[in-house]
Design a binder for this molecule. Structure first.
Ligand SMILES: Cc1cc2nc3c(=O)[nH]c(=O)nc-3n(C[C@H](O)[C@H](O)[C@H](O)COP(=O)(O)OP(=O)(O)OC[C@H]3O[C@@H](n4cnc5c(N)ncnc54)[C@H](O)[C@@H]3O)c2cc1C
Length: 443
């Protein structure tokens, strides 16, 4: 794979700042949109403020609908080779004291949602939750985008402002070299803001980002710990009123060996410690003490840690003139249930398809309005309520009574039929991904 830090643009010629589609942000959503456009023969230029892709602990699991899309682009197998399958999700009480030896064992299971059978070795596309860290995925996508020969990635170039956004001339933006401060113009017929939750393109378009912020903050940590029990379903939510969280392995866990896990822990709003203190070994290990199974003293090597605020927000439109929004720039949700990046990747699919229809097939640019409406609808009717309830489900029921109180847990905990399981997963396959061609109709 080409070293990413060699990809930084030092080009100065007059024409290399122009492509048919300009994308702000070389995150996963920006790169994936670029790959699909490039595969359809459309030239793309990406402006990215970082000097290389980010390794921050964020997403790691990708659902069936996304797997189908990745497979169409020829990317599924590449990811499958580097990653592994999360076999299912489970909800547990907090770890319990081990009766026979020191330390703690996994908390009692409240409910299990299998995504593919534990002994299944074939893993057809769409089954299970495909697992690879967002950092690894991003690197792979930059590489794949460059491989198309139609994508140029300008690392170290920060979008500053929009100079023009018109139907006749397309979009011209100003970006600043993060090292030298030198400003430079970039142009495209269309410009996509895939520049994340704090999107400056969205702000430059004058679009607000209505919604709300959750009171808790999320402390996302990557930690290497010994596997003392087989987790079987891999990803688990540990239920509690406070300091609830999500644990998921970042590599296939092997019993008796050490594995890198993601422990995301909710820090309650009343905790007023400074960020430095919250991110200290002392604070994190203190929480792990009651949240991690395994021997004591804890054998936990913290390899990454970040503190996030979590939100539910949706931009009022994903199109303004020839500028479009996708991924976190368009909408954000809390990460419980892994709906954030997955939704962004499905935006990439729909937006690239819409642009192919407009740019390559001469269809009306109203198709881009359909993109905006359809993806906002998906957020409003599926992503927002589902992610909100995924979060609430982890901390608003005592684990002892949750399987009686909550309809979702009740189905899962009572030997669900195949039909009940398929019904639960239906929106993940039928609502989440947008069929742009069907949605655009005769346009
Ligand atoms: C703890 C945690 C766990 C998560 N887990 C999951 C999960 O399991 N599954 C899931 O689906 N989602 C998950 N998410 C959400 C997921 O990380 C986001 O939805 C995802 O990062 C959005 O991707 P994006 O490409 O839209 O934006 P980003 O990843 O934010 O990428 C935006 C890019 O734009 C660049 N950029 C920003 N501003 C500028 C500028 N002015 N000029 C040029 N470039 C710019 C940035 O440097 C960045 O490279 C999680 C989030 C958190 C916080």
């Amino acid at each position: 794979m080409a070293a990413i830090d060699t990809l930084r643009s030092d080009a100065t010629s007059a024409n290399d700042n122009h492509a048919t589609v300009l994308i702000i942000g070389a995150g996963v959503v920006g790169c994936l949109t670029a790959i699909k456009l490039a595969q359809a023969g459309i030239d793309v230029q990406i402006v990215e403020r970082l000097l290389e892709t980010s390794e921050a602990p964020r997403a790691c699991g990708y659902f069936g609908a996304v797997q189908g899309f990745l497979d169409e682009l020829g990317l599924y197998t590449l990811i499958r080779d580097q990653g592994f399958m999360t076999r299912g999700l489970c909800w547990r009480g907090l770890p319990k004291d081990n009766d026979s030896k020191d330390g703690k064992r996994f908390g009692d299971i409240v409910a299990v949602q299998p995504l593919c059978a534990p002994d299944d070795t074939s893993f057809p596309v769409g089954s299970g939750l495909l697992n690879l860290t967002q950092g690894q995925l991003n690197k792979l996508f930059v590489h794949q985008a460059l491989q198309t020969g139609r994508v140029r990635v300008n690392f170290g170039a920060e979008f500053v402002s929009i100079l023009e956004n018109s139907e006749e001339n397309g979009v011209t933006v100003l970006a600043r070299d993060v090292d030298t401060g030198v400003e430079r113009q970039y142009r495209g017929k269309y410009c996509i803001g895939a520049d994340g939750a704090h999107s400056n393109l969205r702000k430059a378009l004058g679009l607000p980002f209505p919604g709300h912020q959750w009171p808790e903050r999320l402390l996302a940590t990557n930690v290497r710990v010994p596997n003392v029990e087989d987790p079987v379903w891999h990803t688990y939510y540990y239920m509690a009123e406070k300091y609830w969280g999500v644990a998921t392995p970042l590599e296939e866990p092997v019993l008796g060996e050490k594995t890198l896990w993601r422990y995301a822990i909710a820090v309650p709003p009343e905790v007023t410690k400074a960020d430095d203190e919250l991110l200290s070994d002392e604070y994190i290990l203190g929480i792990y003490e009651s949240r991690l199974p395994g021997p004591r003293p804890l054998q936990a090597q913290i390899e990454a840690r970040v503190l996030y605020r979590i939100h539910q927000r949706l931009a009022p439109t994903l199109r303004k003139g020839n500028c479009l929004l996708a991924g976190d720039a368009a909408h954000v949700c809390n990460p419980v249930g892994a709906l954030g990046l997955n939704s962004g990747m499905l935006d990439a699919d729909a937006l690239a398809e819409a642009l192919v229809m407009v740019l390559r097939e001469g269809r009306s640019d109203k198709v881009l309005d359909v993109y905006s409406d359809e993806r906002r609808k998906v957020f409003q009717f599926f992503v927002d309520p589902t992610s909100s309830q995924n979060k609430m489900r982890v901390h608003s029921h005592p684990p002892e009574t949750a399987a009686q109180d909550d309809w979702y847990f009740r189905i899962l905990a009572n030997n669900p039929t195949k039909k009940q399981m398929l019904d639960l997963m239906k929106p993940y396959f039928e609502t989440w991904r947008t069929n742009m061609r069907k949605a655009a109709g005769e346009l």
